[in-house]
Design a binder for this molecule. Structure first.
Ligand SMILES: Nc1ncnc2c1ncn2[C@@H]1O[C@H](COP(=O)(O)OP(=O)(O)OP(=O)(O)O)[C@@H](O)[C@H]1O
Length: 937
C-alpha cells in the first residue's frame, strides 16, 4: 500500500506531517452534524482557496481558524464579511456533489445572505451562534443546502466578489445609476493593485485564474511558456527575494514504480502520477502518459528509443528542452490500448499538480495545492459520452472530480445555461464532455468565456480532418492551447487532411498551407504518380520528403499496435469462414450482371458503384435487393426479385444460424456480438434469431443516445441476453462489449479499420474469456474481393501511421480502375476459396503461411523486398495503384504476406479447426462452409 510522505518543509525544521493529499473531490460534500470531520477539510481547502495573493505572505499563509478572524477581515468599510459558498438541492445520494458556487455576506446582527456565482440572491438565514462556527454548518434556505466554504480575505478576491454582487444589482436596476450593496458604500476602496476607482463588474473566475497564475518568484521566460502562453503573467508580480523550497504532491520514494514526469530545467517540483491511478497502468500506458505530458507542456521529446527501450524509463524524470512549436499531441494507438485511461490519468495529473509550484497556492510545506490546468473540454462522438464518464468513474471515482455532461433531454437553453455555468463556476466541474454535434449549438457560449479552457481533448479526432468543417473551425476559434487528439484510426489517405489535423494540434508547425503544399504535397504526389514511376529523381525526392515529414510529426504523434496488450489479454482466434452462395444468390448475381447497362465498367459511372452495393447486398441476403433503390429504378423487375424473398436464402445466413445454435447449445453461457454494415441485414438476422427463440438486443445508428449506454450495460451484465446486433459504423466505435467472447462479422467494409473497430469491441481489457472472431465471406463473390483488398491495405498500413494506403471512409471514396471493376463483377463458382487459390496451392490440411514462405515482392523498379522488409507507404501505394502492371504473382505475394499466421483448412480437414463451435458448424453444414482460414493468437 502506498504510504504518504513525511515532507521536510524547510531544511532547519523538523519533519512534520502535512495534511494528506487524499485525492479529495474538488468540493467535498459535507454531511450534516459532521462538523469535526469536515473541519480539516475545510481548513485545508481554505488554504487552497485563498489563492495567490499580491503580497508575498498570503500565498502560503495558513488558513486562520474562523473564530480568530477579525470581523473586518473581509472588508473594513461595510461591516460585512464575505464568504464563498457551495449549494445543492437536498439529496439522499450517498456521494453528494455540489450544484454550484456562490457567495455569502454576513452582517453584524446575524443575517447571512446567499448569492449564486452570478450574484443572484438564493436565500438568507439568521445566524445567532458564534460567527466562528459558521463554516461548520449546513444551512437550509429556499429549498437549497448551503455550505460556506471559506471567508474571503484576500483584497483582490474581495473586490471581485463585490463586483459580482454589485454587477448583479446593477443589472437588476439598470435604470439606476446608484450602485448599492445594501449598506455598502458606493466607493470601492482601491487595493494595492487596483488603483482604479471605477467599478467594473467582471467575470469573477476569470480574474481568479489570473491571480492563480501570478508567479511569486522570478520566472524565466521558459517557465512562463511552460505554464502556457496564455497564462504567463507579467514579471511585475514576481518577487525575486522569495525563497521557498517546494515539495511534490507525492513522495516518489514511497511509491512502487512511480511515474515521474519529465521536466524543464525551470521546474520546481516533480510531477508524479497519482499512485491511485498509476498502479493500474500497463507499461505502454505509462509511456503514453509521459508522451502526452511532454507534448502539452511543450517539452522536446527524447529520441524514440530512449522513450521505449530503457528499463524503468517512466520512473525517471529527464530534463528536456522547451519546444515552442509543440502544445499538443496525437495519440493514435490502435483500439483498446486504453487511450481513454491514459488521457484521464493525464487530466487528473494536470488538474492536481504543476511543476511550477510558485505559481499556485501551496501548503505550508510547499506542496502545490492547485494544478496546471483547471478546466478541460472533451469532445467525442455522442455515443461515447457515457463511456467517458464511466471510465472517469472506473478509474477515479466521480466523487473526486466534477464531470459535466449535457443531458439529451435538455432544451437548447438549458444546454447553454449549463455550459455557461461550467465555464463560470470554478470548483464544481473540472471536465465537460460534449458530443461533436452539440459543440456547434453551444459554440457561442464557449466562445464567450473560452479563456478559462485549458485543455481540449478530441476523441476520434480524425473527424477533424476536413479543413472546412464547422466543428474544426469552432474548435480552432476557441484557441485552447493544450490539445490532445485521440484516434485509433490512422490518419487517412490525404496529405491535405493530414495537414488540417496537424495544423490544428500544433498550429504553424508545418508552416502555412501554401508552404506545405509546395514543399511536401506536390513533390510527394508527383512521386506517387504512376506516370513518374521511372523518374528516379522524383521518386527519391518523394521518399526523402515523406521521411522528413515523419520526423517532424513523430515528435507529437504516438502510435502503438495492439500487440502491446496481447500479453494482458486472453487468447484470441480469428477465423475466416468462406460460405458457399445459395442457388438463389447465384441467380441474383446473374440477373443483376446481365441486366446492367453497358457503362458498368466505366470507372466514373455511378451505376458501377450502385451495382457494387447491390452485389454486396446479395451476398448478405438476396431479399435485400427488394428495397434497393437502384435495383427498383433501373433493374427493377418484379419477375426477378419475387423469387429472392425467402428468409434463409444466403450461404452466410445459413452458416450464421448454425454458428449461433452451436454457441447457444455448446458453450457455457457465452454471448455473441453480430456486426453488419447494413441495418436491413440486421433486421433479417434479428427476425431469424427471434424465430429461433434467441434473446437479443440491438444497437445501431437509430438507437437514441440516451439508450445506448443502458443497452451496453445490460448486454454485458444480463446473463439471459444471448446476442447483441451491432451496426458497424454507427454503433461500433469505442464500445466495450466484453460481456461477449464471440463476435461474428457478417460483412466486410472496404475500410479495414471499420472492421477492426468492431472486432476489438470484445477482445479488450477486462475480457476474461478466450475470444473467437468469425468473418463470414461469400465464396467467389464480391465479399471475397473486398476481403482481399482490405487485407492488402491493412498489411501495408501497419508501419506507417500517416499511411497513404490505409482505409478510406467508404466504398464510394475508393477509386477503381477497369481491372478492379472487372474483378469485382466476376463471380467464381467452382472454388472453395478464391483467396486461397490466389495465394496457395496446398490441399488445406492446415498449412500455415509463414514469413519464409512468402515470396518476395518486386516493385516496379525491379527492386526486391524480402518478406521482413518494411514496404514504405509510398512503395506500397505504387504497388497497389499500379495494378495494371502487376502480375498475378505479385498480387498473390502481397496478399500472402497479409495472411501470415493463418492456417489453411479445406473442407476435408475441418476437424482441424481448433474451435469446436466452428468445427461443428462447418462439419454439419459442410455444404455451406467451403474453406476456412484460422489464426490462433
Ligand atoms: N491498465 C488497464 N487495466 C485494466 N483495464 C484497462 C486498462 N487500460 C484500459 N483498460 C480497459 O480497457 C478498455 C479499453 O480501453 P479504452 O476504451 O480506453 O481503449 P481505447 O484505446 O480508447 O480504445 P478505442 O479506440 O476502441 O476507444 C476499457 O474498458 C478500459 O477500462
Amino acid at each position: 500500500m502506498f504510504s504518504w510522505q513525511l515532507y521536510q518543509s524547510h531544511r532547519d525544521k523538523p519533519l512534520m506531517r502535512v495534511h494528506k493529499y487524499e485525492n479529495k473531490p474538488f468540493k467535498p460534500p459535507k454531511r450534516l452534524n459532521d462538523s469535526h470531520a469536515t473541519q480539516n477539510v475545510i481548513r485545508s481547502t481554505s488554504t487552497k482557496r485563498q489563492g495567490v495573493a499580491e503580497s508575498e505572505t498570503t500565498s502560503v499563509k495558513k488558513a486562520k481558524p474562523m473564530s480568530s478572524m477579525s470581523v473586518h477581515s473581509s472588508d473594513p468599510s461595510d461591516n460585512k464579511r464575505y464568504f464563498t459558498l457551495m449549494y445543492r438541492k437536498p439529496t439522499q445520494k450517498k456521494h453528494k456533489t455540489w450544484a454550484g458556487d456562490g457567495y455569502a455576506t454576513f452582517r453584524e446582527g446575524g443575517k447571512l445572505s446567499f448569492y449564486d456565482a452570478t450574484g443572484k440572491s438564493i436565500g438568507s438565514a439568521q445566524y445567532k451562534n458564534a460567527p466562528g462556527d459558521m463554516l461548520e454548518n449546513l444551512f437550509k434556505s429556499s429549498g437549497l443546502e448551503i455550505q460556506l466554504d471559506y471567508e474571503v480575505s484576500d483584497a483582490k478576491e474581495y473586490q471581485e466578489v463585490k463586483n459580482v454582487l454589485l454587477g448583479n444589482r446593477q443589472e437588476k436596476s439598470s435604470s439606476s445609476q446608484h450602485f448599492d450593496l445594501g449598506e455598502t458604500s458606493l466607493t470601492v476602496e482601491s487595493s494595492s493593485h487596483n488603483n482604479d476607482n471605477q467599478i467594473t463588474p467582471a467575470p469573477l473566475f476569470q480574474n481568479k485564474r489570473a491571480n492563480k497564475f501570478k508567479p511569486l518568484i522570478k520566472t524565466c521566460p521558459a517557465r512562463n511558456s511552460l505554464i502556457s502562453g496564455r497564462k504567463s503573467e507579467s514579471e511585475s508580480h514576481t518577487n525575486p527575494e522569495r525563497k521557498m523550497s517546494y515539495q511534490p504532491v507525492f513522495d516518489a520514494s514511497k511509491i512502487d514504480d512511480p511515474i515521474i514526469m519529465n521536466k524543464h530545467c525551470s521546474a520546481e517540483v516533480d510531477v508524479i502520477v497519482d499512485p491511485f491511478i498509476s498502479k493500474n497502468l500497463r507499461s505502454h500506458q505509462r509511456e503514453g502518459i509521459k508522451f502526452m505530458y511532454d507534448c502539452v507542456l511543450g517539452l522536446s521529446r527524447p529520441p524514440k528509443d530512449l522513450a521505449t527501450n530503457q528499463e524503468g524509463f517512466t520512473s525517471r524524470s529527464i530534463i528536456l528542452e522547451q519546444d515552442s512549436d509543440i502544445r499538443g499531441c496525437l495519440l493514435a494507438d490502435e483500439m483498446g490500448l486504453g487511450k481513454t485511461l491514459m488521457t484521464i490519468s493525464l487530466i487528473w495529473t494536470l488538474l492536481k499538480q504543476t511543476p511550477i509550484a510558485s505559481t499556485v497556492s501551496c501548503s505550508q510545506s510547499g506542496v502545490p495545492l492547485q494544478g496546471l490546468i483547471s478546466k478541460v473540454l472533451i469532445i467525442c462522438p455522442v455515443t461515447l459520452i457515457a463511456n467517458w464518464k464511466k471510465e472517469f468513474s472506473k478509474w477515479l471515482n466521480l466523487s473526486r472530480i466534477g464531470i459535466l455532461t449535457l443531458s439529451p433531454q435538455n432544451t437548447l437553453e438549458r444546454d447553454k445555461y449549463e455550459v455557461r455555468t461550467f465555464l463560470r463556476v470554478q470548483r464544481t466541474y473540472q471536465v465537460m464532455i460534449l458530443g461533436y454535434e452539440k459543440l456547434l449549438s453551444v459554440s457561442e457560449e464557449l466562445e464567450k468565456n473560452k479563456s478559462v479552457l485549458d485543455l481540449l481533448v478530441c476523441d476520434e479526432g480524425h473527424r477533424l480532418k476536413n479543413g472546412s468543417s464547422k466543428i474544426l473551425n469552432v474548435l480552432k476559434s476557441l484557441d485552447i492551447q493544450k490539445k490532445i487528439l485521440l484516434s485509433g484510426t490512422p490518419i487517412q489517405n490525404d496529405l491535405n487532411e493530414f495537414y488540417n489535423i496537424i495544423d490544428f494540434i500544433n498550429p504553424g508547425i508545418l508552416g502555412s498551407y501554401q508552404h506545405f503544399k509546395k514543399r511536401f504535397i506536390l513533390p510527394i504526389s508527383k512521386a506517387r504518380d504512376p506516370s513518374n514511376r521511372h523518374n528516379e529523381t522524383a521518386v527519391q525526392k518523394g521518399e526523402e520528403l515523406s521521411q522528413e515529414m515523419i520526423e517532424i510529426t513523430q515528435r507529437f504523434i504516438l502510435r502503438r499496435t495492439s500487440s502491446v496488450i496481447e500479453s494482458y489479454l486472453p487468447p484470441r482466434m480469428d477465423l475466416i469462414l468462406f460460405c458457399r452462395p445459395t442457388e438463389t444468390q447465384v441467380m441474383a448475381f446473374k440477373d443483376i450482371l446481365q441486366n446492367c447497362g453497358p457503362d458498368l465498367l466505366t470507372t466514373s459511372s455511378n451505376s458501377s458503384l450502385s451495382v457494387i452495393t447491390l452485389l454486396k447486398k446479395v451476398c448478405n441476403s438476396p431479399s435485400l435487393i427488394e428495397s434497393d433503390a437502384y435495383f427498383n429504378t433501373t433493374l427493377g423487375d418484379s419477375r426477378i426479385f419475387k423469387k429472392y424473398t425467402q428468409a434463409l436464402n444466403s450461404g452466410k445466413l445459413k452458416v450464421l444460424m448454425t454458428l449461433l445454435e452451436r454457441i447457444r447449445n455448446g458453450t457455457e453461457g457465452e454471448k455473441v456480438v453480430i456486426v453488419s454494415n447494413y441495418t436491413q441485414t440486421l433486421d433479417i438476422i434479428q427476425n431469424l434469431m427471434i424465430s429461433a427463440d434467441m434473446r437479443i438486443c440491438r444497437l445501431d445508428g437509430s438507437t437514441p443516445s440516451k439508450q445506448r449506454d443502458g443497452i451496453v450495460t445490460s448486454f454485458n451484465r444480463d446473463l439471459s441476453l444471448f446476442a447483441l446486433l451491432l451496426s458497424a459504423k454507427s454503433g461500433g466505435v469505442g464500445l466495450n462489449l466484453i460481456g461477449a467472447s464471440r463476435l461474428i462479422l457478417f460483412d466486410n467494409d472496404w475500410n479495414p479499420s471499420v472492421d477492426l473497430q468492431a472486432m476489438s469491441r470484445i477482445h479488450r481489457d477486462g475480457q476474461t474469456k478466450p475470444c473467437y472472431i468469425y468473418r463470414l465471406v461469400t465464396t467467389g463473390c464480391i465479399d471475397e474481393k473486398i476481403l482481399q483488398r482490405q487485407l492488402m491495405k491493412q498489411s501495408l498500413s501497419q508501419k506507417f501511421l500517416s499511411d497513404c494506403n490505409n482505409g478510406k471512409d467508404s466504398s464510394n471514396d475508393d477509386l477503381f480502375n477497369k481491372e478492379d471493376l472487372k474483378d469485382l463483377f466476376s463471380v467464381i463458382l467452382d472454388t472453395p476459396s478464391n483467396t486461397h487459390d490466389l495465394i496457395c496451392s496446398c490441399d488445406g490440411a492446415g498449412e500455415e503461411v509463414n514469413s519464409e514462405s512468402v515470396a518476395s515482392t518486386m516493385n516496379n523498379k525491379g527492386k526486391r523486398y524480402s518478406p521482413d522488409t518494411w514496404i514504405s507507404a509510398l512503395e506500397a501505394q505504387k504497388l497497389l495503384e499500379d495494378k495494371e502492371d502487376q502480375n498475378l504473382e505479385e498480387k498473390a505475394s502481397l496478399m500472402k504476406r497479409c495472411l501470415v499466421g493463418y492456417k489453411h483448412i479445406g473442407s476435408k480437414h475441418f476437424c482441424n479447426l481448433l474451435d469446436t463451435v466452428a468445427m461443428e458448424a462447418a462439419q454439419n453444414a459442410q455444404s455451406d462452409v467451403t474453406f476456412a482460414f484460422m489464426k490462433p493468437s
